[in-house]
Design a protein around this ligand. Structure first.
Ligand code: FMN
Length: 325
């Protein structure tokens, strides 16, 4: 599969690992890059020294391109030290990317910014980013209001020549093929990569993903209220429903009055791997996930499925013989 994104990023497959802060590390990033996708390290909330050490490990594991992700609304001071490490891609989200584009290009990095609506996409295109990620609200972690299926073609139509990546709700070759049909030139995947051997999250969280149905996530502000994290509008976090969420759902103002304490409990639950009481950031695609493959095998599997599907679809729907590969 060759698209403008694979050409631009110098990768073999149009599959990008989402830079998930606290849920990606050098091993996962390198596994995806080694398999021909683009691994992205979620670097928010980490010290410059830690990011430097992880980058050194990635480079030991693979010579292939990789990216570093940063949330701009609360961690933009990390952009400069990240640029000094010269990743192929700086991936940004939730904030104004314009002040960083020139410096990134001077450092030899491509800039990929994630948006949740057309005004956000327009602003990113105007700022001169190289790639725009259109993220739908069915995705895991912090998301906006529009869904991938409606958002991606709107962003593609709005941004002219800037290549678009689809994110949110993609977990297999059908999702990749659909994203390409919507006009995206690659996919950015978070939740599906959490359920891999390499993902550095607690095993109990992986099991919770395997067991959950797609109806068991919701978009909520509960973790942000508990953590006193003032995310920009319209961000809310898609998480798996568990005891924590069920306890506070509909009682958000009460939670606000106990915020600091509740946040500390949440962090402590994550340290213990207590899946009932921690925030399990995960998307609707959990309902498709039934195994824990190695991340590199997952990249290969998704590509193989989409490659098989596209000609079959032409044959099935248009009644034409599938073109020979
Ligand atoms: C556990 C988790 C943590 C995330 N952290 C970040 C982050 O630090 N920065 C970011 O840009 N996006 C983050 N995201 C969102 C992803 O970039 C991506 O848009 C989303 O996972 C796509 O939807 P999917 O989960 O259905 O694949 C996170 C997502 C998850 C599941």
């Amino acid at each position: 599969m060759r698209t403008r994104i694979t050409d631009l990023l110098g990768i073999r497959h149009p599959i990008l690992l989402a830079g998930m802060a606290g849920s990606t590390d050098a091993a996962l990033v390198a596994a995806v890059s080694r398999a021909g996708g683009l691994g992205i390290l979620g670097a928010s909330y980490q010290t410059a020294d830690l990011i430097k050490a992880e980058v050194a490990k990635i480079r030991e594991l693979t010579p292939n391109p990789f990216g570093l992700n940063v949330l701009l609304w609360n961690a933009s001071e990390q952009v400069q030290p990240m640029l000094e490490l010269q990743p192929a891609v700086i991936s940004t989200a939730w904030g104004d990317v314009a002040p960083h584009v020139e410096a990134a290009h001077e450092a030899g990095c491509l800039v990929m910014h994630m948006v949740q609506d057309v005004p956000g996409a327009d602003a990113a295109a105007k700022a001169g980013v190289d790639v725009i990620v259109a993220q739908g609200q069915e995705g895991g972690g912090h998301v906006g209001l529009l869904s991938t299926f409606a958002l991606v073609p709107q962003v593609v139509d709005a941004v002219g020549d800037v290549p678009v990546v689809a994110a949110g709700g993609i977990g297999d070759g059908r999702g990749l093929a659909a994203a390409l049909a919507l006009g995206a030139e690659a996919v950015l995947i978070g939740t599906r990569f959490l359920a891999t051997k390499e993902a550095p999250i607690d095993h109990a969280w992986k099991l919770a993903i395997l067991e959950a149905g797609g109806q068991e996530t919701l978009r909520t502000s509960i973790p942000d209220i508990a953590n006193e994290a003032d995310w920009p509008e319209p961000a809310a976090a898609r998480t798996l429903r568990n005891a924590l969420i069920d306890h506070w759902l509909g009682r958000e103002s009460e939670l606000r009055s106990q915020a600091g304490e509740a946040g500390a409990k949440l962090q402590e639950a994550r340290r213990r791997g207590d899946v009932k009481e921690m925030a399990l950031y995960s998307g609707e695609v959990v309902g498709l996930i039934r195994d824990l493959p190695a991340a590199g095998d997952l990249v290969e599997r998704i590509v193989r499925e989409a490659e098989a599907l596209l000609p079959q679809l032409t044959a099935k729907v248009l009644g034409k013989a599938a073109p020979k590969a």
